[in-house]
Design a protein around this ligand. Sequence first.
Ligand code: 5GP
Length: 122
Amino acid sequence: MSEETIFTKIINRDIPADIIYEDDQALAFKDVNPQAPFHCLIIPKEPIATANDINENNSAVVGHLYVIAAKLAAEHNFAEDGYRLVMNCNEYGGQSVYHIHLHVLAGKQMGWPPYTDKPKQA
Ligand code: 5GP
């Protein structure tokens, strides 16, 4: 079983979040530190720590996260313009909360590629 994260506290209403979708398997809420005009996170209620832990037994809920993303895109009118769906994995992927979550980013033209080899400025 995964360790409890801040997202379990959001699921259990122990801490507040701007929840925009919920069903028996999943929850979607606005990211507290948005990186786009629309930025929400869609999470399974049953924690899965990282993308490395997705397998044949739990993959149905992962597909469900994408179904919710498509619904939210339609409801919030950014389906046609387009949007970015991201699931970061571990350190190099930039994961900070170890309960998988699909980032839904929309409302601006997204950039690519997502990394640079340029050294950090001192
Ligand atoms: P990661 O870096 O793991 O891909 O994404 C974690 C995301 O969770 C970040 O975008 C961060 O802003 C968001 N986040 C972290 N703590 C909270 C919180 O307490 N509430 C909400 N709504 N978002 C959070």
